[in-house]
Design a protein around this ligand. Structure first.
Ligand SMILES: Cc1cc2nc3c(=O)[nH]c(=O)nc-3n(C[C@H](O)[C@H](O)[C@H](O)COP(=O)(O)OP(=O)(O)OC[C@H]3O[C@@H](n4cnc5c(N)ncnc54)[C@H](O)[C@@H]3O)c2cc1C
Length: 415
């Protein structure tokens, strides 16, 4: 990419996944003059580029597509709407202005824009971050890497890996294995039941893969390459021979750029602090998609991209209310995992386009009462039964009109 320090784009979008590409097409449709999408991969499209199994596109295109076809269609729609995509370019820093520092094979550069949308998605938690003991051989990879190797490079990285995790994406890893004729040695998770919804848990049985619940991965074995894993369950400790380990799920927002920036980060969600318009603590920056929280579907992220486009076009036209006089949410306390948006800016909310609901998650199975407190007084409550990693929505309309100050969601468990 040519460095274009003096070029003012109306909007620059960091990340060309479903959220960023949806925003790009929508911004152009709303009449925003110049829209640039920057993506570090060699093509835009985001995670669906290497999701060969799952159905995508019902919400967006009213038809069922495989990930790569869906990703291509999103990119084509953005370009057809008049957006520019610069792929193979990494944004290395976010600066006030707004200004982006970028790096590509052509060197370093800067991009300045009227507004910036951050849409960098999520990644799975690495083996290192999970503190799994044992050796550090090759053959330990995430689902994303597995799918990239299989679907983008046509490789077959192993024959009998173990799969760590029981989230939806873990089952997606199983499907990828099945597609290339691999039967994993075991699927391992510490929870008493699979984290993903019920039908998913039937997949290991149909594939002849033992689903080991209430089982902890203690150690990875092997010198240069994985030769097995050591697991611990109620019966004790044992070794499972395997020639690879797929470390799945435990998603985290891809927030490295945020951490080194001037923008406020929410330690609970792992993403930026936003208001109901998707606007960050610096009002020239917006955020959408899975960067906001771990983790939602492509369709949900795509919709958030469109909401963000609408808010950004209003912001460029000076039509968004300022965030002065806002309601600021305290960090949720366990077993609440996160709640967003974390700020309600001046009491205006367009119920048709924007975040219509608070998004919450819990860390473990819960039965109890969820309440909203504003300046210490309870203003709303409801009974709640919830499982981890399932979407929980509370309409923004539960916030009393004109509320300003401090707010918190409080979860009291039934005794
Ligand atoms: C392994 C895996 C499998 C998944 N499988 C499914 C599935 O089957 N179905 C489903 O609905 N959801 C799935 N998801 C969830 C997925 O996050 C969403 O489907 C969707 O991709 C979210 O869209 P997004 O635009 O928020 O982010 P992404 O699709 O993640 O796109 C973010 C983009 O930002 C780019 N980027 C990041 N940082 C930079 C930077 N500094 N500079 C430039 N570009 C950058 C990345 O290259 C990427 O293209 C999966 C997620 C993972 C990690």
């Amino acid at each position: 990419m040519k460095a274009e320090p003096s070029r003012e784009w109306d909007v620059a979008i960091v990340g060309g996944g479903p959220a960023g590409l949806a925003a790009a097409a929508e911004l152009r449709r709303l009449g925003v003059g110049s829209v640039l999408v920057i993506d570090r991969e060699k093509e835009a499209g985001g995670i669906p580029r290497h999701c060969g199994e799952s159905p995508f596109g019902m919400r967006e295109f009213r038809r069922v597509l495989r990930g790569p076809a869906y990703a291509r269609r999103l990119a084509e729609a953005a370009v057809a709407a008049g957006a520019t995509i610069h792929a193979g370019v990494t944004v290395t820093a976010l600066r006030p202005g707004p200004r982006l520092e970028v790096a590509s094979s052509e060197g370093l550069g800067q991009v300045s824009a009227g507004r910036v949308l951050l849409a960098t998605g999520v990644r799975e938690r690495s083996r290192a971050a999970r503190m799994i003991g044992g050796a550090k051989p090759g053959g330990v990879i995430s689902t994303g890497t597995l799918q990239g190797l299989v679907h983008l490079q046509g490789l077959r990285p192993f024959h009998r890996p173990a799969v760590l995790g029981t989230e939806l994406v873990s089952f997606s890893a199983l499907l990828t294995c099945r597609q290339i004729g691999i039967r994993p040695a075991a699927m391992i998770g510490p929870e008493p039941r699979a984290v993903a919804r019920w039908p998913a848990a039937l997949l290991p049985r149909t594939m002849g893969v033992p689903l080991l619940l209430e089982t902890h991965l203690e150690e990875v074995l092997g010198e240069s390459w994985v030769t097995g894993v050591v697991v611990r369950d109620r019966a004790g400790v044992r070794r499972i021979p395997a020639d690879g380990l797929i470390v799945t799920g435990q998603f985290q927002p891809e927030a490295s750029l945020l951490r080194s920036s001037h923008l406020k980060l929410d330690a609970s969600s792992g993403g930026p602090v936003i208001d109901q318009f998707g606007r960050c603590s610096d009002p020239a920056f917006f955020a959408a998609g899975n960067l906001l929280r771990p983790v939602e579907t492509a369709g949900w992220s795509w919709n958030e991209g469109r909401f963000a486009a609408y808010a950004i076009s209003r912001s460029l036209g000076g039509q968004l209310p300022s965030s002065a006089g806002s309601l600021v949410f305290a960090r949720p306390v366990e077993p609440l995992k996160y709640a967003l948006p974390q700020v309600i800016a001046a009491h205006e909310h367009d119920a048709t386009r924007g975040h219509r609901a608070f998004q919450l998650r819990v860390t473990r199975p819960i039965r109890g009462r969820l309440a909203l407190h504003v300046n210490g007084a309870e203003v709303w409550s409801r009974h709640l039964t919830a499982l981890p990693e399932r979407r929980l929505l509370v309409p923004l309309s539960v916030v009393p009109p004109g509320a300003v100050g401090e707010a918190a969601f409080v979860l009291t468990e039934a005794s």
